[in-house]
Design a binder for this molecule. Structure first.
Ligand code: G3P
Length: 230
């Protein structure tokens, strides 16, 4: 499963990109508004940094407007994926944009029938909001599993399942086990994927034990060892 960052914060994107694991980024109007910068410049800068799919969402609510906005967004950078909401106008816009070779991420998916419609319209990605499904006391991960099965039962559907609205590391593990192609993860959760107290404790103990050996400089030892070896 690939990992995307669900953020428009360039500092956060730079930090996680530095780990060497980031395959893409998703934004939405709420995340862009939160950062307060220039929308298109932000999207361009993220694309340049990540060199992978970066979702930028249309705000028009009619098909013609979505197509116009989507075509313009796609020209901002070759890595832009146009994000459209899962409404009737969005399906028609997805078909039109996909027919022109523009990748579309269909967002705000809450049931498998919506995911089927998006895939049939030519979506490159479907974004089921599993955290928001959980918020309703329903089974968000069940939604991911069902979409996976629906897509796998039709060999013509190549839409990637992009698990979104992720709230904690367990969501990431379970999305991977459920067969999601991608998880898009907020910064705070991304950091939690890495940190574990026993990793930190173990690392501290190794260093404390190493501190007791007489010659601690591995680089100098290695250079001397390799020189002597010829
Ligand atoms: O990017 C869309 C999605 O991930 C939103 O998540 O936490 O606002 O439900 P959330």
């Amino acid at each position: 499963m690939k990992l995307f960052l669900d953020s428009a914060n360039l500092d956060h994107i730079k930090e996680i990109h530095g780990w060497g694991v980031l395959a893409g980024v998703t934004t939405n109007p709420s995340l862009i508004a939160k950062e307060g910068g220039d929308f298109l410049q932000t999207i361009h800068d993220i694309c340049e940094l990540v060199q992978g799919p970066v979702s930028a969402e249309v705000v028009a609510q009619d098909t013609a407007g979505m197509i116009r906005e989507g075509k313009l967004l796609a020209q901002v950078h070759e890595h832009v994926v146009v994000k459209v909401p899962l409404i009737a106008a969005g399906l028609a816009a997805t078909r039109a944009l996909a027919d022109e070779g523009i990748d579309v991420n269909v967002t705000l998916c809450f049931q498998p029938t919506q995911a089927l419609l998006a895939a049939l319209a030519g979506a490159a990605f479907i974004s089921p909001f599993l955290g928001r499904v959980d918020d309703l006391a329903l089974d968000g991960m069940g939604l991911i599993r069902e979409i996976r099965d629906v897509y796998d039962n039709d060999f013509d559907l190549e839409t990637q399942v992009l698990a979104a609205s992720i709230r904690h590391p367990r969501h990431v593990t379970e999305a991977a086990l459920a067969g999601a192609d991608v998880a898009t993860i907020p910064y705070g959760v991304f950091v939690k994927l890495l940190n574990h107290p026993q990793t930190a404790d173990g690392n501290r103990q190794f260093l404390a034990d190493w501190d007791t050996v007489p010659d601690k400089d591995i680089e100098a030892q290695a250079k001397a060892f390799l020189a002597a070896k010829g």
